[in-house]
Structure formats: C-alpha cells, structure tokens
Design a binder for this molecule. Structure first.
Ligand SMILES: [Zn+2]
Length: 683
C-alpha cells in the first residue's frame, strides 16, 4: 500500500480544523466532559515537525507483526457479521454549528482488510485495531438483539421487547443517539417506542446520549424506565467532580483529542474510534440492579443480573438474557486488555474482583450462552468461542493481579514488576487480550498500587526532590545541559527512547526555555508513541511531543459538568468540591460560619471554615452564623453552570443574605479557580 496521506496536507484539512479540538470524554472517564472547543486559530502545526519512524521503531513494530497472527481473520468476520445497514459514507453526524458530532471521514486514511499494512509510524497491532473500529452500522447480534457500532467510542445495543425496544448504553451525545435512531433503527427495525433504557455502568459513554432518545415527558410519566446498577447516580456524577479539572486535562492527552487524525497523530481510541462531540445528558435511573442472580422482566424480556461493582467502573452490572441465550458483558469482557488504571487518572481498579465477576458469569451461564456482546467492540458467537473468550478474559485480569502480588511478595518494586511481567503466550497471542486500551505495564503497576500504595519501600523514594529541583541538580551532576543533550543524542541514535525521555526530561524541567532539549524530548516521545500498541499511550506520547514543540494551546476551557449532571449532584458533593477549591493559605487564621437554606429542596446546611478546612453539617442550623444565605437549589445550579453569579442573584432579590454579607464575600475570595490548560510536559 502507499502511505496514507496526512489529513492536514490533504483535502480533509478543513474538516480536520473544525474537529480537532475536542476535549475528551471517554469511557472510563465520565463526567468531565467534552464540551466542544471551537477551533478559532490555525491547526496545531505538529505535522511540520514530525519525524519519520526511526530504524529502532521500525524494528520494534516488526517484532509485533511477527509475534501476532495477521492471518487470523475472525475479528474482521465478526466486526462485519450481521450488517443490516450503515449511514452513508463518508460518515459525518451533524453536531453543533460547524463542529461535527462524529466524523469518520477524518479516519479515511485507514485501509480495509486484515493484512498487515501498517505504516512505520503506527504499531501494527494498533493499526489493525484501528481498521477494525472503522466498521460501522446497524448489526444483528441474534434475532431480536441488535447493535449500532462505529459511531462513537461505545456501542449501543437494542433488544426487542413485547411492546417496543429496550436500549442498552445510548452513546455519549444526544446528536449521535438521535441520528442513528432516526436513520438506522426506525427505517430498518421499525418505529416502535422505547420502553426501557439500561445503563450498564456509570461512565459517560454509556448514558450521555439518553435524551436524544427519550423525552422529559416520557421519563416523567414513567413511559420509559431507566435501569442501572445500584450506586449508579452517585458514581456517574461523582467520579469527575472531585478531581475533574485534572482528569479532564489529562483526558485531553489520553484521547488524543488535540492531535491530527493521521498516521502521525491519532489513529484510534483503543476502545472505539474516538469520542463523539456534542450534548451530554443524564436521565436519572429509577430501577436498579442490586444483586447477582436478581431476575428482572423488562417489557416481557427476562434478564438475570451479575453485579460487577468496582471492576471497570464503580457501579457496573452484566446480565444474561435466557430467551436469547445471550450474555451482555458490559465493559468487563471486551476485545482488549482493559484498564486496571486509566491514564486520565481515577481510582485503581481491582483485577481480582473483575476476574471473579467473570467466573460467576461462566458458572451461572457459561453452558447456556451462544453469544456474548459488550458495550464496546463486536460480539463473539458460538458457545465454544464464548466460553474460551470469557475464560481468557477472566484469566487475564486474575493473572495481572496475582502475578503482581506474587512478585511484590518476593520484594520486587513496581518499576521492576512492570518491567518483567508478561502475559503468557496462551493469552498474549489472542487479539482480544492485546493492550489496545490498558497495558500489561501500567495495569501491573496499578495492581501494586491497589494493594500497597504509591510507596515502593525504598527510603530514597520516600521524599524525593520535585522535578525542577531534581532536574537542576541532575543536569549539574551530568556536566551541564549541553553535555547531557550530546550524550542523549547518542542514546537517541541507538533507539533508547525511554532513557532519553528520562534524562532529557530533567533538562526540560531545569531549563524550560531550552529549545534543543524540548525538541529532543519531543522526538523521543514521538518514537515511543509510534511504537505503542495502546492508543492511550500513543496519544499521551504524541500529545506530549506536540505541546513540547508548540506549547499549550489555550483553547476555550470545557465546561466540566453538563446541566443534567449538576442537577443530579447531591448538595454534599457540591460542598465537598467547594472544600477542594478552598485555598488553605488564604484561609489561614480565618473562620466563618454560614447557614445555607435551600427553599425549593427544603435543605438546611451549616457551612464553616476553620483551620484552613471546610466543614458542614446537613439538616442543621447555626444559632450564631456570620450570615444566613437563603436561595433555591435551582439558582445554585445556575451558578454552577456559569449562567449567573451570586452578586447578580443578590441584586435581583433571588438570594437573601441576612447578617454579615462581607464575610460571605471573604469566603468566596478564599476559593481557587482551576486553569484547565495547566502544563504537563514542562514545569
Ligand atoms: Zn465505555
């Protein structure tokens, strides 16, 4: 094949300019979400500075190609199986203004077919996965169960009920959900009402598009019921509030949303092509899966629940459909080694629990299942293959957990464990155990962290110097930056990019203006990105390289929460977030106490500051507050959404302040605002 054209140099440049800057939503990421960032300036000029793949990179990528079986075409057959219809090519789903909600055309540089035709700048295993994730359309899973794939990071499934449809996991955005419903589901399956929507878990790619399918009226009247695992709402709303800004910024690296779509940029998301862009909603569930073995009948369809909390998501469940001999594995068995830790940042996940949930699934339904489908990727058909797939997934997560703990108990530290651990060939040679999303390395370090925390037990690592202080001293010890860069170039030429990254990172943190250092570090990151089988790793490295070369492009910051999320947020969670914004230094030596009275929700809180920390009590009233603030939760929501501010509401008479209003002003002045575009690859 000829090397695909970089879209920045071809006719798709315009489309690329319109869509490149979308800050990430993601599976496993949830709430902080991708509000569209309209691109006002020029495109990132990454392409001009891109280096070709080095010989060392070509050699690494060749080793992948030799290890894996490209002759095995089963995935390509499965990804195409049961196709009913597709949206017309080129696939562009309209979004808001000039920004497409979904644009598969941008990935048109990917060829078709199972043969290994990866360009030197892309790991051949990832390239194959990227090609598989180009398959799109409405597909039959079995008679009465369908999937819509290829129009978002996630997959939507549909079950035929007695009176209508049961929808599983309605994508990230309403634009995608409503478009595929109108253009694929209604014309090809028939126009019938939706009776239930099931969220398999609490990540945004499995609920965000819900209001594209169901109206407020249908939810209010109970005509459509929302089914979710217990704990769903708190998990969905909460995961990204406390650390939302940092997670969102890191997600912009992980999902490659700032990168050009090209063989030197993003080629895939590792779990689906990428994330859709548009309106994210949340309809709060009213029916809950609570217990493994629980039976539910939804519109005449029986399901049997397997709970999977704290596996891939804090709230998650899988279920068996006896009528169809089908098993929905949610996101616990997909065609990749998933994240036991996600690089955007989140709590570490437990490989042991994860594995046990798959064991329960096999014990309960293994003999009777003819097809397993999930919320990403294509299904697996036939009992033999289903059982083999679920066993391998079960063993993969168990292996990651157990072997890490075996090595830790022998005294190995996380970096040592990450370096030696490999999946056995019996797993590693299976395509669905490859590291497209998680990796063996970072999942291993995560399992150490799960059981033993961040400290490896070596005193030298207990109280290390921070990066800039360490960088300055390392550079001095190594004979100054010119000497370091000269030596580092030698290692670069030998293909030792990890070592180059480590030492040159010290130079960049010691001398952030050193252009030669940033260039060399960017070059090393880029080769590491070209070698990465994992899409998040590739996207992290290539985004890091881009920001070293071009600086941080401060696009309009995304709005961290959708209106639905804010409405669903318990007041406790909002106050906890206020506590995180409290600047301890500014509040030092100060005290404050307020009564907060919400008239519409009839909630009373006492909120205080003392010892540079915030505290509060629910259902309480202080007898001697500095001030009492009386307002509605609805107005508080509007403040949270940035639609208004306290001052305007006070002036307009919507907020009543009794007591010392100045004290309230002081409190607000102690709160930090967070800059989304903080530096990552430079100090
Ligand atoms: Zn997902």
């Amino acid at each position: 094949m000829s090397e695909p054209k970089d879209p920045a140099e071809s006719g798709t440049r315009r489309a690329f300019l319109k869509n490149v800057a979308v800050v990430g939503v993601a599976s496993g990421m949830s709430g902080v979400v991708g509000e569209t960032l309209a691109q006002t300036g020029s495109a990132p000029s990454t392409t001009g500075a891109n280096k070709p793949a080095s010989n060392a990179t070509i050699d690494i990528n060749r080793q992948y190609a030799e290890f894996l079986s490209f002759a095995d075409q089963q995935d390509f057959d499965d990804a195409r199986r049961g196709l009913i219809a597709s949206l017309p090519d080129p696939v562009i789903i309209p979004g808001q203004g000039d920004i497409a909600a979904w644009n598969l055309q941008q990935f048109g540089f990917l060829p078709k077919g199972p043969q290994n035709d990866a360009p030197p700048t892309v790991n051949p295993s990832l390239w194959r996965n990227a090609k598989l994730n180009m398959h799109h359309g409405l597909f039959t899973v079995v008679d009465g169960i369908w999937q819509v794939r290829g129009y978002d990071l996630s997959v939507m499934s549909i079950i035929r009920g007695n009176n209508g449809y049961i929808v599983i996991d309605p994508f990230i955005t309403t634009e995608v959900a409503s478009t595929v419903w109108k253009q694929l589901v209604i014309p090809h399956l028939g126009d019938k009402p939706i009776t239930h929507v099931i969220y398999t878990h609490s990540h945004v790619d499995h609920y965000g598009g819900v209001r594209g399918l169901v109206s407020d009226d249908d939810l209010r009247s109970g005509k459509v019921k929302i089914v979710a695992p217990v704990g769903f709402t708190e998990a969905a709303v909460g995961e990204n509030v406390i650390a939302g800004n940092a997670m969102g910024r890191r997600a912009s690296y992980m999902y490659g949303s700032l990168l050009p779509r090209s063989p030197v940029g993003i080629v895939d998301g590792g779990l689906g092509k990428t994330t859709s862009v548009g309106t994210i909603t949340l309809a709060v569930p009213s029916v809950f899966a609570e217990k493994t073995g629980q039976k539910m009948t939804l519109d005449g369809v029986d399901i049997v629940v397997v709970m999977a909390p704290e596996s891939e998501a804090p709230a998650e469940f899988m279920f068996y459909l006896p009528t169809f001999k089908a098993f929905c594995a949610a996101e616990d068995a997909t065609h990749t080694l998933h994240n036991l830790y996600t690089l955007r940042g989140a709590k570490v996940r437990d490989g042991l629990l994860w594995s046990k949930y798959l064991q329960s699934s096999l014990d309960m339904f293994g003999d009777d299942t003819q097809v397993v489908f999930a919320s990403h990727y294509w299904p697996t058909w036939g009992n033999d293959r289903v059982v083999s797939f679920l066993r391998a997934q079960r063993d993969m997560y168990r292996y990651m957990h157990d072997q890490v703990l075996r090595l830790a108990n022998q005294g190995l530290t996380p970096l040592e464990i990450g370096e030696v651990i490999r999946l056995p060939d019996s797993l590693a040679k299976r395509w669905y155990c490859r590291s497209y999303y998680g990796t063996v390395y970072h999942d291993a370090v995560a399992q150490y962290n799960l059981r033993l925390g961040f400290f490896d037990g070596v005193p030298a690592n207990l109280h290390r110097l921070p990066p800039t202080d360490a960088g300055k001293r390392y550079v001095e010890f190594m004979g100054g930056s010119a000497a370091v860069l000269s030596k580092a170039h030698g290692y670069y030429n030998k293909g030792e990019y990890r070592w180059v990254a480590e030492v040159v990172n010290h130079v960049v943190f010691a001398e952030p203006q050193n252009a030669a250092a940033k260039q060399l570090l960017a070059d090393a990151y880029e080769q590491l990105g070209y070698q990465s089988e994992s899409a998040p790793w590739r996207n992290f490295y290539l985004t890091g390289a881009m920001e070293l070369r071009n600086g941080v492009r401060k696009l309009p910051a995304p709005n961290p929460q959708s209106p639905d999320t804010i409405q669903a947020m318990p007041l406790d969670m909002f106050l906890d977030y206020l506590g995180i914004r409290l600047n301890g230094d500014r509040a030092a030596g100060k005290t404050a106490a307020f009564n907060l009275v919400l008239t519409d929700t009839k909630e009373n809180y006492v909120l205080g500051v003392e010892n540079s920390a915030l505290h509060y009590s629910r259902n309480a009233t202080s007898k001697s507050p500095d001030a009492t603030v009386t307002m509605t939760r609805a107005d508080l929501n509007n403040i949270m959404m940035g639609k208004t501010n306290m001052q305007k509401l006070v002036m307009g008479g919507n907020v009543k302040i009794d007591g010392d209003g100045q004290k309230l002003g002081d409190f607000v002045s102690w709160l930090d605002s967070f800059d989304f575009w903080f530096n990552i690859v430079t100090p």
